[in-house]
Design a protein around this ligand. Structure first.
Ligand code: ADP
Length: 416
């Protein structure tokens, strides 16, 4: 293993895994800290659910993940979080990064969530989302991690006990040697965590090349774009042309959708408009204890083409259902039902399963007891096909806002 990644959420883990595969690294994603052996891979990504848990829990889980990755020989560790730095003053990025740094006996790490391809750039320590400062973007209103400060040096300093500094764009733009000299200067100034400016893919490549000898990197998946080439230059990696190759499984297919995002609503509508088979799940029926999962499975067993089973609905209807059943209860009812349907579909021989929704994907993967995924080719940026390591099952796990309107049929086509 060259790189061991600790990701603070599930779909973020898949996102960085997809980036590494794109660079020719054979990559495995595991859900939670693995207890048993790991198959050979260039990179292992451990998906935690530590973004918004209490800091002490996030630290303990991250240190357990670190111990596992080190035991399996990781040469470098990457702490992955969101490219919009979803983390308030009381967030976990600083505490976890500092704990990892201390455990690795290292004196300096970087924090670089830049992802220019997705419009996330950092200049003078300030994070931009497209043309807007982070604090003017939609992230301002995020339900769990509202970002009202764009200066990441300030945000990270509020979370950290050690000193936080900045490696400014004027240095990054001068290339690898200047960046490394910048790290020396930061060390000299007592900085433990440095926000690193980056506005282009070339910047990310230079930062990766300059950072291969840092025991710990932290950031979004953007910076992982430069790592495979940096490892190849160092002689650690022979990039594989078929790192994204999964088993050619072409058996029956299904789509499960529990996301109610705008993008997923459009994707469901696109499937319905094409006249493809679909079964709708109504939370009210679940609350009334109807055998909805059994009905859905019985219906699916009569279909000859790929099916869509969905609870996806408009924001207004979600609100009405939540008012009636309660937010958490409505979500749980739907997640449990879709998870039960996933078990039934796989038992009936489904080999290709597309799941829409971050929480929904988590519930499905947990119910199927899948704990290792091989990462394949990207369907959309950040969403690869994956394969359960222990059985002939392909999974495409899409977080709400990803993918174009034809995502479901496009994903299935790629496996045909
Ligand atoms: P996203 O990635 O779009 O946020 P998630 O799966 O993470 O999607 O979250 C969607 C949540 O909404 C899940 O908890 C799901 O069970 C719930 N949900 C799905 N359909 C409905 C519905 N019709 N009414 C209420 N809640 C729903």
């Amino acid at each position: 293993m060259i790189l061991g990644v600790i990701a603070d959420d599930f779909t973020g883990a898949t996102d960085i895994a997809s980036m590494l595969v794109r660079g020719g690294m054979r990559t495995i994603q595991v859900i939670g800290v693995p207890q048993g052996p790991l198959p050979p891979a260039d990179a292992v990504v451990i998906a935690l659910k530590s973004r918004t848990t209490p800091a002490a829990e996030a630290i303990a889980e991250s240190l357990a993940a670190l111990a596992c990755l080190r035991k399996h020989g990781a040469k470098q560790i990457f702490f992955k979080y969101c490219s919009t730095f979803d983390s308030t003053a009381a967030g976990n990025i600083g505490p976890v990064a500092e704990a990892l740094l201390a455990a690795l006996g290292s004196d300096l790490s970087i924090a670089c969530p830049a992802f220019p391809e997705n419009g996330r750039t950092i200049y003078r320590g300030h994070l931009f989302v497209g043309d807007q400062l982070l604090s003017d973007s939609g992230m301002r209103q995020h339900p769990l991690t509202p970002m009202t400060e764009s200066n990441l040096v300030k945000v990270l300093q509020q979370q950290s006990s050690g000193q936080v500094g900045l490696l400014p764009y004027s240095t990054v733009a001068q290339g690898v040697a200047a960046i490394q000299a910048g790290y020396q200067q930061l060390r000299h100034n007592g900085v433990r965590l440095a926000i690193v400016d980056a506005i282009s893919d070339q910047d990310l490549q230079d930062i990766a090349n300059a950072s291969v000898d840092l025991p710990l990197l932290t950031g979004g998946s953007g910076i992982a774009l430069g790592l495979p080439a940096a490892y190849a230059a160092k002689g650690w990696l022979r990039p594989s042309a078929n790192a994204d190759q999964l088993d050619p499984l072409t058996g029956p297919a299904a789509v499960l959708s529990g996301s109610c995002s705008l993008a997923t609503n459009a994707q469901v509508q696109h499937w319905l408009t094409a006249g493809r088979p679909a079964f709708r799940i109504q939370p009210q029926a679940l609350a009334a204890d109807a055998a909805v999962a059994a009905q859905a499975l019985a219906w699916a067993s009569t279909q000859t083409q790929a099916v869509l089973i969905y609870a996806t609905t408009s924001p207004a209807e979600v609100q009405a259902i939540q008012a009636e059943l309660g937010v958490a209860a409505a979500g749980e009812l739907v997640e449990r039902c879709l998870a039960e349907i996933a078990i039934g579909l796989v038992a009936a021989g489904i080999q290709r399963l597309v799941v829409a929704g971050g929480e929904t994907s988590g519930a499905v993967v947990q119910a199927l007891q899948v704990n290792q995924l091989r990462i394949g080719a990207a369907i959309a940026p950040g969403v690869p096909w994956t394969q359960a390591a222990d059985r002939p099952l392909l999974l495409a796990l899409k977080s709400g806002n990803f993918g174009t309107v034809d995502f479901f049929s496009h994903a299935l086509q790629l496996t045909e």
